[in-house]
Ligand binder design. Sequence first.
Ligand SMILES: C=C(O[C@@H]1C=C(C(=O)O)C=C[C@H]1O)C(=O)O
Length: 380
Amino acid sequence: MKTPETTYHHLIDSFTRQGVCFALYRLPWTDEPILVMQEEGEPTFLSNLEALNQKKGFLLAPFQLTEARPAALIQPDIVAHDWENIEQALQKWSNRHKEYTVESSALPPENTASVTQPSEKEEKERYTETFSRFILPLKEKQFRKLVLSRSTTHALPPQFSPLATFIQACNSYPRMMISLCHTPSTGTWIGSTPEIILSGHEKEWHTVALAGTMPMQGETMPTEWSKKNQEEQAFVGEYIRKTVKKFGTKLTEKGPYTARAGQLVHLKTDFHFCLKDTDHLGHILQELHPTPAVCGLPKEEAYRFILQTEPHDRLFYSGIIGWIDPEGDTTLYVNLRCMHLEGNTATLYAGGGILPDSTADSEWEETQQKMNTMRNILST
Ligand SMILES: C=C(O[C@@H]1C=C(C(=O)O)C=C[C@H]1O)C(=O)O
């Protein structure tokens, strides 16, 4: 992907530090950055997903929506595709906002003190401790599946540029949906997700069941899936099938097949279906989210268990990110392989599905591999 002119590069980076509501994203297999931006003010806040019915904008929804942490819908006052149009739109925006001064791209000096991070050994011990709390009720058959996640911090260099990182992600991950998004209440998020939650237009809609993880073998995709991986993906498929049937007709399925996501592969089933109208997209999302790819089964119990037991707050990780437009195209994704930028720190998140016979070591390794999706673009 090309880079925009330096002035605009600095302007976009400065938006992430000065509270402008915007999202820059790129859909899989395209080379087109898309900017969605609000002229001014806070985004629209929604404390449940149903409130999205008939709404349009760029959505950033947390794993758990509450009054205190609602989903943010960035109003599409400005929508521009490709750098040329984005530059023109930003030029016009700057003319209307002469009061806005571009902050230098360097992180503020008071922010650049090194952060104290726990060692990898400490993080693994903490993960293993939480893992043991997850595995117990699984073995006792209280749950069929639980998704355990963790977070880690990464110190950013003083000249860190969110936009350069976004472009790096676009170049590294052609199959993924890449996003850089900021609002004052959500903070700044960068992600590279392989997982659609709901996409489509008019009557034609699509979602996926994505689960099961293996690392790529160099440039070769491994295709021999363990029973555990097949089972955990089947749980997701079962849930999606049941949910989609409530809303849609003419359901067709393709898969499960092996799909690449960066240096990983997953098992994926595509679900295509018809909706008689697009008035209830929020309602469908409310039922779909959180799918067993990020939560567990039975859903409500797993959701409560995760909120009570995980030692960190997932925030917008494993929530929903993307564009919703009942009158046009919708491209909504699960916010995975993502990081939250705050000052000179990036907090990375990753998780994985746990079944009764999972082991802490291999699940830890899987979260490491998933986090490498973001680590690899931070270190280049
Ligand atoms: C939870 C994550 O990924 C999800 C969980 C997977 C798994 O358990 O194998 C695979 C793909 C995603 O649906 C993540 O990336 O953090």
